[in-house]
Design a protein around this ligand. Sequence first.
Ligand code: UDX
Ligand code: UDX
Length: 463
Amino acid sequence: MKITKICCIGAGYVGGPTMAVIAQKCPQIEVTVVDLNAERIAAWNDADVDNIPIYEPGLADIVAEARGRNLFFSTDVEKAIDEAQIIFISVNTPTKTYGKGKGMAADLKFIELCARQIASVAKDNKIVVEKSTLPVRTAEAIKSILDNTGNGVQFQILSNPEFLAEGTAVQDLLQPDRILIGGDASAEGQHAIAALVGVYSNWVPADKILTTNVWSSELSKLTANAFLAQRISSINAMSELCEKTGADVNEVAKAIGMDSRIGPKFLKASVGFGGSCFQKDILNLVYIAKSYGLHEVADYWEQVIIMNDHQKRRFSNTIVRTLYNTVADKKITFLGWAFKKDTNDTRESAAIYVADDLINEQAQIAVYDPKVSRKKVLADLDYLESRTAAANANSIVSFENPYEACEKAHAIAVLTEWDEFVTYDWKKIYDSMQKPAFVFDGRNILDRGEMEAIGFVYQGIGA
Ligand code: UDX
Ligand code: UDX
């Protein structure tokens, strides 16, 4: 099948960058990204590419190059579905907040909605690609909806999970470690796989494109995220032990990372992992394991989450304990609110939970993050429903200038590893703070010796 038109439902962190890169690399294919959220689409279409809704290094340039040429953002979902040969589904799949599987299972209502919409609109054969991370065997559900509510047209469902990490999305898309495509073993399934392989072949070498059956592909995504998160929980578990024994977790990480079987990546001890995927995908894995009666498997993976929750709580406890067991009415400055550097995404960021704990202790939190607005900070806290929105608004202030944010603070907590934090005039910050001045470095990015020489009481993770 010759692919001339692609549509993607969901203009989020995954759909937006992925389609921008496909459009850039395949000028012969018209790529339309649609979303129910008209405000988001308008932002993607903003004449000034610096105003697109997602911040990713390098993304604005690609959008500037392809937008209006063969990359389009629209709210006309039906037209885009109708015209495309391949339809990517990149809508969000949050953890369920109600009913069976509450707090664990993925909420598939948006996926189902998409499937029903595709079924009602499609007039010719379509390839439907799962881009969103989904529970294993979701493809089956999508297929059943499509086949039973459609107009008799043929649908092929492919699983093509996204492995991009935020902050490096463009790089990850341009030079992926691998592209994974799962499809049906039937001739039609293999045909569909070949069509999607054809798209990626425009820039990805053949040996990096892996094809499997649908379920292997779906499960591989959950497994990859579970393994990555497990490494972080493993090193974070060691960080607590290091603090007790006098070992330094950075040294331990370096020493074990040089073992080529272990490798150096994803061994950075931190205040805890965040992001839209790790927790959600592991909870999902745990739920699936439980639903098959595999309780040991479920408990094994659940421990990764338990460890991560513990690490966040431990960080806020350390702050309270070190500040003489009370933070009531003390100004504590958060440097960073995003779940990692180089993104404006705050989903599941450790900062939210640490702030929540400290506000419970009646601290006053000042936040500076180069890419996160006050509105977002408040929305994140309100989402936890720990207290009223008014109470949150009274306990937290955002600053556009880091030096102002730190003025008169009792302590600084580093929650995100933004590069710019390291370049600050720390002497100037120290001079403006209450004494003794504390730094709790949740990312181990500052130099302990330097900070102590200035006069700070410095507490990193795992040393
Ligand atoms: C993605 C994946 O979809 C998720 O499964 C994966 O694990 C993480 O990344 P992401 O792109 O980060 O989600 O989500 P988000 O930024 O929330 O974007 C989803 C978009 O889909 C939103 O803009 C939302 O408005 C849109 N949407 C949602 C629709 O257009 N239609 C719907 O029915 C539901
Ligand atoms: C992750 C996966 O890496 C990606 O492949 C998948 O498609 C989506 O989920 P993302 O959530 O964007 O990507 O970011 P990632 O770089 O994996 O970081 C997740 C969290 O772990 C962040 O909060 C990060 O700060 C933290 N982390 C990462 C650590 O605490 N230590 C590390 O060594 C690495």
